[in-house]
Design a protein around this ligand. Structure first.
Ligand code: SF4
Ligand code: SF4
Length: 470
């Protein structure tokens, strides 16, 4: 183990670095506006979506007991697992694409950890004030005021976290039913567990752990560098322009401070004070940087006040820094983009063309076949029909695939929306027509009210081969 991983605490040697508390300063600027807008949009979607109805039903509902997912009028069953697989592939490709083009765009603007931390920081500032007041309060000995402020902050955090946990469960239990249970606190055991667990996770991650989640717990921070290349967009300090850093009088002209060997960085530390992970961007690219761009806004503000050109900290790339052009369209990103679009198109088409009807055929295993009073060979099947649609349908049942095949069973079956039914049926064939002991046949179901809904399933017919005259 290298010495740099061993920390000395008092007389003891610890393997763990003591956490430095971070009090990010409030910042304003165009990237902050974009981040706040993104947070409002994503949090708004999260909290409002369970309340949206579609065709009289909750638009998004992951109904685990019924084993079906409702998404805007489409119902997905365990048999539709392929769509979930496709979605995961699309999400992975999107991550590759956006990381290759714009670095940690996800971390800075859309990651739930960033978005909820933003909300928790907002509540903290509302109660305790901005950075300097928070530092002062933290250092102050315990007093009635300190207890009151800390208590108020945690009450706000916990209420918000509980609302978050309650909304989360509203994606799995119809949220209106959940709300009825809320007034009497009569949630089921699982609902209690998930509301409290998710609330605790929200309070812990966004309120208490914050940057520690990004630095120590998130695996994406560790492997995202493998998706980077020299043209990936990063946030970096312009060292050539900024160094040598140092304080100076605002009245000094560029020529005057440059003649003293100073660059444009006035070493005001604003970029460090606003950083939610507490790093100094001037030390170069670091995995702790979540690319939130707060330091760009802070430094631009300083540059403006000093009358200097902005962009001392800016979006750039390694190649751009070395004098090249920004190059978002390169073989790698074009390749990712094309595959992403192709996969998205296949996904949309597959969902669009999906038949809302499923048919499983279960052959009677007790008897391979039996002979009826007319001497025909009879096979018995159970048709398991699943109507995945949100409307009732009546289906015509038929069987084909072999000359002289006879179907014995109900001609039609009616299923209510999103329901299954098992239909026992028999199929008979003259034994003298059988050419082998196992024949391929097909069952068909066709909706009477909507001809576009039909499904065909193969099955086997088993029986002894007989020859005439024997
Ligand atoms: S905010 Fe800008 S000027 Fe101030 S220390 Fe950071 S880089 Fe230097
Ligand atoms: S260094 Fe800048 S971009 Fe990176 S996390 Fe800190 S403030 Fe955000």
């Amino acid at each position: 183990m290298s010495d740099e991983n061993v920390y000395v605490v008092g007389d003891e040697t610890s393997l763990y670095q003591k956490r430095q508390k971070i009090f990010p300063k409030i910042v304003s600027g165009k990237f902050n506006n974009f981040r706040v807008l993104s947070a409002w949009l994503l949090l708004g979607l999260y909290y409002l979506m369970p309340w949206v109805t579609w065709n009289g039903q909750q638009a998004i509902l992951f109904d685990l007991p019924a084993r079906k997912f409702q998404i805007f009028g489409l119902t997905f069953w365990p048999q539709d697992f392929i769509f979930l697989t496709m979605l995961l592939i699309i999400a992975a490709l999107a991550l590759f694409f956006f990381t290759a083009v714009a670095g940690r765009l996800w971390c800075g603007y859309a990651c739930p950890q960033t978005v909820w931390t933003e909300a928790f920081l907002w509540m903290e500032r509302l109660v305790e004030g901005d950075r300097n007041k928070q530092i002062k309060l933290d250092k102050a000995p315990w007093s009635f005021r300190k207890v009151r402020l800390r208590f108020t902050k945690h009450v706000l955090w916990i209420l918000f976290a509980l609302f978050t946990g309650y909304t989360f469960v509203g994606y799995f239990t119809p949220i209106r039913e959940l709300t009825e249970s809320l007034w009497t606190l009569s949630f089921s055991g699982w609902e209690w567990f998930w509301i409290l667990f998710y609330s605790f996770a929200t309070w812990g991650n966004a309120g208490m752990l914050r940057e520690q989640v990004c630095i120590y717990m998130c695996p994406y921070a560790r492997f995202q560098s493998s998706m980077f290349d020299k043209d990936t967009l990063i946030i970096a300090y312009d060292e050539k322009r900024g160094e040598k850093r140092g304080a100076r009088k605002k009245s000094l002209s560029k020529e005057e401070y440059q003649s003293e060997g100073l660059g444009d960085c006035i070493d005001c530390m604003q970029c460090v004070h606003v950083c939610p992970t507490g790093i100094d961007i001037r030390d170069g690219l670091q995995y702790e940087c979540i690319a939130c761009a707060a330091c760009i806004d802070a430094c631009d503000d300083v540059m403006e006040k000093m009358g200097y050109e902005k962009n001392l900290i800016r979006y750039t790339s390694e190649n751009h820094d070395a004098g090249g052009e920004l190059n978002p369209f390169r073989p790698k990103t074009i390749g990712y983009g094309l595959i992403l679009m192709l996969m998205a198109a296949i996904f949309v088409l597959s969902v669009w063309m999906r038949t809302p009807l499923e048919l499983d055929i279960i052959k009677d295993r007790n008897r391979l076949y039996l002979t009826n009073s007319e001497g025909f060979i009879v096979n018995i099947y159970k048709l398991r029909v699943l109507n995945k649609d949100q409307s009732e349908h009546t289906y015509k049942i038929s069987v084909s695939g072999y000359d002289g095949i006879e179907y014995e069973g109900p001609q039609q079956v009616t299923l209510s929306p999103e329901s299954t039914k098992e239909v026992p049926v028999r199929v008979a064939i003259d034994p003298y027509l059988l050419k082998s002991t196992s024949m391929d046949i097909e069952f068909q179901l066709e909706s009477i009210d909507d001809k576009s809904i039909e499904v065909t399933q193969p099955a086997s017919f088993i029986g002894p081969v007989q020859r005439r005259g024997r």
